[in-house]
Design a protein around this ligand. Structure first.
Ligand SMILES: Cc1ncc(COP(=O)(O)O)c(C=O)c1O
Length: 474
């Protein structure tokens, strides 16, 4: 059974062209390796869903839930969930919500007004009607891909869900190359090269999908990078989807810049509180459209699309938003959670760098991009030649499960992985709460809080990685 935020009939209609049969549970590896799916005689898949990454996550969850012995002791580093507690004031606003009616499939005007105010600044006042509230940022992005014409450019590596979303909207994508030197963020040159490549393949590239701060590196775009991307997109007539879901998890002392600041007429900002406030299950996300005639026309189209889909954020979650941005309790909590992630992430980044791995310094969130390229010769000796091999190797050696570079748009033979640290010392709500409580008691910002005593699983991960690398180097 699949429970959806409504829209089940739509989902089936999108995916299938006649009776689904329940499949036997299989391991994540089998899941990842299968590239065709059989539903039975009457229904056929309309297209292949080209990912193993989300399947890894899904398989992890279902296997763990089923207490599958095969998965005991594994370290789930695939997760995109923030496991520190949801701000109490936000939780109580949700619990005391007394709105349960279905007023508007595009979101309640009052909730839109709250979001519009939070994103308005001296330069731009956002009209509440120019905000669309969706069942999470996932839905905001995939509705956009589904509802407009044109193909999509995606930086590689990038958030691994963009690719399946684009495929399910029956569009094509082209990867935009990035380099270590430019902190894994696309340049005008690489964007233009991707446009040429897409056109040569018969595509009609119209959208550049960005994550800022970047998933998987946690890197923040500089002002100059934003300006340059804005200039080239304006010149080439590309619309930008700027996914800014990690924006409020930007570490202390880092300044946020968005492509939207330089290209407001051509950027659609998507985001939501799932990550910063640890409540991805509430399904709140939003799209902010450009304050232009074109932006409003697109908004009307997307509004109708979402109304037709019948998928929206539940009403209690929307009412909980009313005080979200202005509550100092909530915003302070988010800052503290962020500061704890910052300490943890810098510890892991430094530890892995010391081992000789290439790990860009993160500015936000709880993902690291770990490139094992410097160990390619040693890895080749043990038969590891691709990121999928590497993913399997870490699992077999130490039970570590991370997302393979090839699921994020990198060539098969890349040796990059996305490593999520959020479940270490916080594998469930209770341990996340306990770790955060200790941090809070240590007194914010509690410099030096992160030690093997307070974060044993984080340091055990570093020990495991040290053992793996030492063995490879022998
Ligand atoms: C870049 C990015 N955007 C969106 C999401 C999903 O956000 P939401 O919970 O709002 O659907 C994730 C997390 O999985 C993400 O990493």
């Amino acid at each position: 059974m699949v429970i959806s935020a409504q829209g089940n009939v739509h989902n089936l209609a999108v995916l299938l062209s006649g009776k689904p049969q329940v499949q036997k549970p299989i391991t994540w590896r089998q899941f990842a390796q299968q590239d065709t799916v059989s539903f039975g005689k009457a229904l056929e898949p309309r297209f292949e869903i080209p990912y193993s990454g989300p399947v890894v996550t899904k398989a992890l969850k279902t296997s763990i839930n089923a207490a599958n012995p095969e998965w005991q002791g594994l370290k789930d580093m695939t997760s995109g969930e923030n496991m520190f507690p949801t701000p109490k004031a936000f939780l109580s606003a949700f619990h005391s919500a007394n709105r349960h009616y279905l007023n508007d499939f595009t979101g309640e005007l009052q909730a839109k007004a709250v979001i519009a105010k939070a994103y308005s600044d001296d330069k731009t006042t956002i009209k509440p009607e120019n905000v669309l509230i969706s069942a999470g940022t996932y839905a905001a992005a995939s509705n956009l891909f589904n509802a407009v014409k044109g193909d999509i450019l995606i930086p590689a590596p990038s958030w691994y869900m963009f690719e399946p979303m684009v495929a399910s909207s029956n569009k094509k994508h082209t990867w935009v190359a990035v380099s270590k030197e430019n902190n894994y963020i696309p340049t005008p040159k690489t964007i233009q090269a991707a446009i040429q490549q897409a056109k040569a393949a018969g595509q009609d590239p119209k959208i550049l999908a960005l994550t800022n701060p970047h998933n998987p590196t946690g890197g923040q775009y500089t002002k100059q990078q934003c300006q340059e991307i804005a200039d080239v997109c304006r010149k080439e007539g590309l619309t930008v989807i700027s996914d800014e879901i990690y924006r409020n998890l930007l570490y202390p002392g880092t300044e946020f810049h968005s492509v939207r600041d330089f290209y407001p007429e051509g950027t659609m900002l998507i985001s939501g509180p799932s990550k910063e406030a640890s409540m991805p299950g509430w399904r709140i996300g939003w799209t902010i459209f450009p304050e232009t005639n074109d932006g409003e026309a697109l908004r009307d189209h997307l509004n109708r699309y979402q109304e037709g889909l019948g998928s929206m954020t539940n009403s209690p979650a929307q009412s909980a938003l009313m005080n979200y941005f202005e509550s100092s309790d909530i915003q302070e909590h988010v800052q503290r959670v962020t500061a704890l992630h910052a300490q943890r992430m810098h510890t892991v980044q430094q530890g892995l760098t010391k081992l000789g791995l290439e790990v860009p310094k993160p500015d936000a969130g709880y993902f690291l991009y770990v490139d094992f390229e410097p160990l390619r010769p040693q890895l080749a000796k043990v038969g590891v030649k691709t990121s999928a091999d590497l993913q399997q190797y870490l699992y077999e050696k130490k039970g570590i499960v991370a997302i393979a570079g090839s699921d994020m748009g990198l060539p098969k033979d890349s040796l990059g992985l996305r490593v999520g640290t959020s479940k270490l010392d916080a594998k469930n709500d209770a341990s996340g709460e306990a770790t955060f409580k200790r941090y809070a008691e240590a007194g914010f910002p509690a410099e030096g809080f992160v030690t093997p005593k307070t974060q044993p699983e984080l340091f055990a991960f570093l020990d495991d990685m040290t053992a793996i690398v030492d063995e490879l180097k022998k």
